[in-house]
Design a protein around this ligand. Structure first.
Ligand code: BG6
Length: 486
């Protein structure tokens, strides 16, 4: 078993989950910097002002900002061909609408990309990974205001022009479909309601007031911003490839009852397919019009001019995160399970991770085939996949993580089967090749890495990096181009 020649093996991180140095190098506050740590039992909290007695994990994270040379060397030692990371928009335009970009921020990513190139690693860069400059939320309520489209496009053009000789692969918005299920509402959409912007009390993110009409308008503005960015990238350098990034929550009907099948189709379309249909096909799918009507969304904000932009700014490749699958049923008393962004009905045939996410490698093969059938003309890339687990450092300093190896092996086998099925899959970046801050709980305890980071949820730890057993395993996988998974 081996993968196509040139297959892009690597790992993926996001700025606010690794960089730290939240106020260094002229960086402005980002939406991610205002969310406290939490856990499975205590939600992350938000208030529009920083509280002096709270722990905010993004402020220091794993300090990639000062350790990128050492960290990229570890990725190179594993043989990475690609490294997915995001640019913190607020390092480039600290307030989002500054007159000039911040040279210190631009210089930081120059150095990071040079370091990747030195090791022959291709950077894959996300422009907005669950964050935006906080000032844009205060001034414009984020993407609710069309002015933010222009500001995003200016930011995109700035980094495309600066880095096009170093970075070929770009993604616009991480898991853009998270806006459909609320999760992305604050971080990357920034559509807070005035009462939440004025209320200084700390409160769980899920208590922030939602206004679906504004949320879908803001998501539309992101589609337009993304399509304009795609066009700008191609104008700056026709070799650049710009992709969409979808959180794929694979869904199965819980039973073969026709109402379950229909409910599953409906939920799968709005959750998984709607955003990529817009970004890959360049138009709103017809099924959304009924969905909007029934959800009480007035879609007259979609103008003819916007439709032309969407059509002219179709993405060059499709990328997605895949962690788990869920079941869908019309039954109201079905046992439930949690998951990435969304929970669902429990699948009796699957085991779960310690955080309750159902482990389903075959679902990845199924998903890849379904995506290849739907978008046969563009390549696919899995840009997040991995197991969050609570690892132990043994007294001799080793970290044994056979569960992580088992999880990844099964998913790599599934990808290979999909390629044999004819799927045009060009790369795979595991989530969190180095331990990082969890987005859902804000914890360090939920570890994904091949590299352990000595950093804990009480803000302690030396920050030292330790190779786990999975480090040597992934190194072998890459060296053999997927042939040796033992
Ligand atoms: C994806 C996000 O949804 O899942 C990442 O793009 C996130 O930012 C990852 O970290 C894993 O989720 P969590 O909650 O375990 O960190």
């Amino acid at each position: 078993m081996s993968f196509p020649k040139g297959f892009l093996w690597g790992g993926a991180v996001a700025a606010n989950q690794v960089e730290g140095a939240f106020q260094e190098g002229g960086k402005g506050l980002s939406t991610a910097d205002l969310i406290t740590g939490g856990s499975v039992s205590s939600p992350r909290l938000f208030s529009p002002v920083l509280q002096s007695d709270c722990y905010y994990p993004s402020h220091d994270a794993i300090d990639f900002y000062h350790n990128y040379v050492q960290d990229i060397a570890l990725f190179a030692e594993m043989g990475f061909k690609v490294f997915r990371l995001s640019i913190a928009w607020s390092r480039i335009f600290p307030n989002g609408d500054d007159k000039e970009p911040n040279e210190a921020g631009l210089d930081f990513y120059d150095r990071v990309f040079d370091e990747c190139r030195k090791h022959g690693i291709e950077p894959l860069v996300t422009l907005s990974h669950y964050e935006m400059p906080w000032a844009l939320v205060q001034r414009y309520r984020g993407f609710h205001d069309r002015h933010t489209i222009d500001l995003f496009v200016r930011y995109a053009k700035t980094v495309f022009a600066r880095y096009h000789s170093k970075v070929k692969y770009w993604l616009t918005f991480n898991e853009i479909n998270s806006a459909v299920s609320l999760m992305g509402m604050y971080g990357s959409l920034g559509v807070l309601q005035p009462e939440d912007l004025e209320n200084d009390e700390l409160r769980p993110m899920y208590l922030l007031k939602d206004q679906p009409q504004e949320r879908f308008e803001a998501l539309h503005n992101q589609f337009v911003a993304s399509a304009l960015a795609v066009q700008a990238a191609h104008e700056i350098d026709p070799d650049l490839m710009v992709g969409c990034m979808i959180s794929h929550i694979t869904m199965y009907p819980l039973t073969c009852r026709p109402t379950d099948i229909l409910e599953c189709q409906k939920k799968d379309r709005i959750t998984n397919k709607f955003c990529s249909d817009v970004m890959v096909r360049g138009e709103y799918p017809s099924y959304m019009m009924r969905w909007f009507r029934e959800a009480g969304i007035d879609s007259s904000y979609i103008t003819d001019h916007d439709r032309q932009i969407l059509h002219a700014g179709k993405v060059d490749f499709y990328t997605f995160s895949y962690y788990m699958s869920n079941c869908v049923t019309v039954q109201t008393d079905a046992e439930q399970t949690t998951g990435n962004l969304l929970g669902g009905a429990k699948n009796p045939y699957l085991k779960t991770s310690d955080w309750g996410w159902q482990i389903d490698p075959e679902g990845l093969r199924y998903t890849l085939n379904a995506l290849n059938d739907r978008y046969p003309h563009i390549p696919l890339m899995v840009v997040e996949n991995g197991l969050g687990a609570d690892d132990t450092v043994e007294s001799d300093g080793s970290v044994h993580d056979p569960y992580r190896i088992d999880y990844l092996r099964a998913h790599i086998q599934a990808m290979h089967e999909a390629i044999e099925d004819g799927v045009n899959l060009i790369g795979y970046t595991t989530w969190g090749p180095i331990d990082l801050v969890s987005i859902s709980t804000g914890e360090m305890k939920k570890r994904y890495g091949f590299v352990y980071v000595d950093r804990y949820d009480d803000n302690s730890g030396s920050g030292a990096r330790i190779r786990k057993d999975s480090f040597r395993w992934y190194q072998k996988v890459i060296a053999s181009n997927g042939a040796d998974l033992s």
